[in-house]
Design a binder for this molecule. Structure first.
Ligand code: ADP
Ligand code: ADP
Length: 225
């Protein structure tokens, strides 16, 4: 089952080419990492999946549907950023319940779902805290909970560990991976860190100046004798 497909995707900004022709299929439930140095087109590729950018050429499909033809209200893509982007004045519970609430879920129901997800990401009991009262790793878990509560077709992680304390990075990435598996989420993960890519991915897409240099499982790419 293909969840995401890039077909001949090019993205230009003026005379600069951020993505220079990508063809790629991502299966349902797979975690695929875009790996490469700064400026190689990773974030642009994520933004194309999210529908935040439209391709200059080619198409991106989610569940068989051309993203550029799907109205924003029908796109269900969760994003987890390096900066968490939590609402600082809202409690943890309100942060997680916010998405369902603005999509018309009753407040009591949104809160119930948020509490359930918070429990599953290991934040039970912290629902009344403000984001600033949590550690970096805990804030990142709130960001993941906020994306998961929407039952997204696809969840996107853009350098999710870069603001997490170095000592906690391994733990947080293992948690992200465990949650992605437990919820059967199709995920696209962006990092410039090869060790991180090896640890979290089903498959790694190595990018180089807007193109795919190599694609394979961690074992295919790096563990050959
Ligand atoms: P990465 O995420 O791998 O660091 P990006 O996708 O952010 O790479 O950027 C790829 C290239 O496209 C870079 O050269 C970047 O400067 C350029 N770029 C990205 N977004 C824009 C934009 N909105 N306007 C102009 N150039 C952009
Ligand atoms: P990252 O390396 O994590 O992709 P950047 O600092 O390259 O982050 O980009 C941050 C934001 O600025 C993104 O939204 C990107 O699209 C935009 N951007 C990147 N490069 C350029 C550029 N040359 N001109 C305009 N916007 C850019």
């Amino acid at each position: 089952d293909i969840a995401i497909e890039f077909r001949g995707v090019v993205k230009r900004y003026g005379s600069a080419t951020a993505v220079a022709g990508i063809d790629l299929s991502i299966a349902k439930g797979e975690l695929v990492t875009f790996l490469g140095p700064s400026g190689c087109g990773k974030t642009t590729s994520l933004r194309l999946i999210a529908g935040l950018e439209l391709p200059s050429e080619g198409q991106v499909f989610i569940a068989g549907r051309d993203v550029s033809r799907a109205p924003a209200s029908e796109r269900n893509v969760g994003m987890v950023f390096q900066s968490y982007a939590l609402f600082p004045h809202m409690s943890v519970l309100e942060n997680v319940a916010y998405g369902p609430a603005i999509r018309g879920t009753r407040r009591s129901e949104a809160h119930a779902r948020a509490l359930e997800i918070l429990d599953q990401v290991g934040l039970a009991g912290l629902q009344d805290r403000l984001p600033a009262e949590l550690s970096g790793g805990q804030q990142q878990r709130v960001a993941v909970a906020r994306a998961i509560v929407q039952q997204p077709d696809v969840i996107l992680f853009d350098e999710p560990l870069s603001n997490v304390d170095a000592k906690l990075r391994r733990k947080v990435r293992e948690e992200i991976r465990a949650l992605q598996r437990r919820f059967g989420l199709t995920a696209v993960y962006v990092t410039h860190d090869q060790e991180e890519a090896l640890a979290v991915s089903d498959r790694i897409v190595v990018m180089d100046r807007g193109t795919i240099a190599q694609v394979g499982t961690p074992a295919d790419l790096y563990e050959r004798p």
